[in-house]
Design a protein around this ligand. Structure first.
Ligand code: ADP
Length: 500
């Protein structure tokens, strides 16, 4: 297993090159092997036959071209013509009308008897064609023959057959084959070597930015350097630039969540530290007080309050932790939103009474959604509690339920102190409170987790929770839940909402 990309790229490139070059070499070799080119030789044989005819015709203009030497040999070419014919170096036969040879070139005479007989009989029966040469296999040799019939001759010459061996052509071809094979055997490794070196260099150049990114990443991922970003290959807009920007975005998200985690841990410890300190002081005082005295009861009551507060806080933290893990399991049921809203309004009226806060339900359409009734109730209760908590004496809290494009829209509107525009983006963050000190002192000691949990509940239902507010004028929290169904109010409630 090769570990470096550079080595792998080089190897793959070499394999690709090897296969391409091999295919190329095999292609060339196959083409060469199949085609010994005899055309040149055929043309040569034809030209030799042509030459012989011309020599004879010329000789005929000067006188008879044949003589009778003796009764045994019969007619032959004149010695003058015979020596003129010697200029044709290969096989040449001059045949008379009776099929006897008038002249046999030296090369043909040198053939063994059997081969000469074969040559002679083929010479008699091949076609006299000016455009073709006929192949004749003689033992190990091959001859190309070209015949010409001499019809106009005044002498007894009837046919001329010229021939030439294919061996030199084949030898030349064989040599070129060997030369080709040799050059391929030499060139192939050389080409592979050059290709390999280049692939290694190119691989190195291509991988270098990745190596840079790896070194930079190694320096960043120790957790404390998450504010740093990769700068390496961002100029070109190529894949590496995309990788860099994706990694940078990822580091950004990591930085945020690390920061969030750090803040969360600090906040959570701080939130637990205060009630623990109070609890400790209360218990100490209770221990010192006289048994059963009023002071002891007061201290224990205070301790109980703090324990309740801490239990609430721990419960909220647990809900958020579950939500973070994606274990915010919802029970899916039909929830009668209008009944729930009226129920909540009643609770709000009781909560608002001490401060003379009026609670009104301005609109309440009979709607149902699929969802987790206790969770939705927790959400609405939290909004209503906040509205009462942050509304001054004599204020109003208005609740409404309507539909908008198939979604249920629940609003909780108050005439309270409102939230500054600069604070508005943070109110759904964990532990965020507009004014911690004041909240605690004024008895509005919330944990700063209520809205964070509420938003989780809304999102888990596929809905949204948003806030609008103006400092000193009041706030409106809007919960939108998809899949609202209008309920038939003439029928009794079939599935009453479960109360948390
Ligand atoms: P808390 O337990 O402090 O109420 P929440 O998460 O419910 O925590 O709210 C976060 C902060 O948002 C509050 O501390 C308060 O500053 C602000 N806030 C929430 N609801 C209202 C409201 N109706 N009017 C004014 N401020 C609000």
């Amino acid at each position: 297993m090769i570990r470096s990309i550079r080595a792998r790229v080089t190897l793959l490139f070499l394999l690709a090159m090897l296969s391409a070059l091999s295919a190329f070499a095999i292609g060339i070799w196959l083409r060469q092997r199949d085609s010994v080119d005899y055309r040149e030789l055929q043309r040569y044989v034809q030209s030799q036959a042509e030459l012989a005819i011309r020599i004879i015709m010329q000789a005929e203009t000067r006188g008879p071209v044949t003589v009778v030497r003796d009764s045994l040999v019969g007619e032959t070419l004149t010695s003058e013509l015979a020596s003129a014919m010697e200029v044709i170096p290969d096989y040449l036969l001059v045949i008379d009308r009776t099929g006897r040879s008038l002249y046999v070139s030296e090369k043909a005479r040198a053939l063994p008897d059997s081969d000469r007989n074969v040559l002679f009989s083929r010479a008699l029966d091949i076609e006299a064609d000016e455009t073709r040469a006929t192949l004749l296999t003689l033992g190990v040799d091959k001859l190309f023959l070209s015949a010409r019939d001499e019809k106009t001759s005044r002498s007894s010459i009837a046919r001329i057959v010229a021939g030439s061996s294919a061996r030199p052509t084949e030898d030349t071809w064989r040599e070129s084959q060997i030369a080709l094979r040799r050059s391929l055997l030499v060139l192939l490794p050389v080409a592979l070597l050059i290709g390999g070196v280049w692939a290694y260099i190119i691989g190195g150049v291509a991988v270098r930015p990745i190596t840079t990114i790896i070194s930079e990443l190694e320096a960043i991922t120790d957790g404390r350097s998450l504010h740093r970003r990769l700068g390496g290959a961002d100029a070109q807009g190529d894949e590496l630039a995309r990788l860099t920007s994706t990694l940078n975005a990822m580091i950004g998200r990591l930085e945020n969540s690390f920061g969030g985690l750090r803040r969360f841990t600090a906040d959570a410890s701080h939130e637990l530290k205060t009630p623990l300190t109070v609890l400790r002081a209360s218990i100490e005082r209770a221990m010192m007080a006289r048994r059963g005295s009023n002071e002891q009861m007061e201290c224990l009551e205070q301790a109980l309050n703090e324990v309740t507060r801490m239990a609430d806080l721990v419960n909220s933290l647990l809900s958020l932790a579950r939500a973070d893990e994606g274990r915010f399991d919802l029970v899916r049921d039909v929830v009668l939103l209008d009944s729930m809203l009226r129920d909540i309004a009643e609770t709000a009226t009781i909560l608002g009474e001490p401060n003379g806060i009026e609670v009104v339900v301005s609109e309440c359409e009979p709607l149902t959604v699929e969802g987790d009734a206790p969770r939705l109730r927790q959400l609405l209760l939290n909004l209503v509690e906040n509205a009462i908590k942050y509304t001054t004496v004599g204020g109003t809290v208005e609740l409404s339920l309507s539909t908008e494009q198939g979604a249920a829209v629940l609003t909780v509107k108050d005439t309270g102190m409102g939230i500054a525009a600069a604070d508005l983006p943070f109110i759904f963050e964990r532990f965020w409170r507009a004014d911690r000190a004041r909240s605690r002192k004024s008895g509005r000691g919330g944990t700063g987790l209520g809205l964070a949990i509420s938003q989780y509940i809304a999102q888990a239902h596929g809905g949204t929770l948003t806030a609008q507010s103006r400092l000193g004028r009041g706030s409106t929290f809007t919960l939108t839940l998809p899949g609202a169904v209008r309920r038939d109010v003439s029928r009794p409630e079939t599935s009453p909402p479960r109360v948390a």
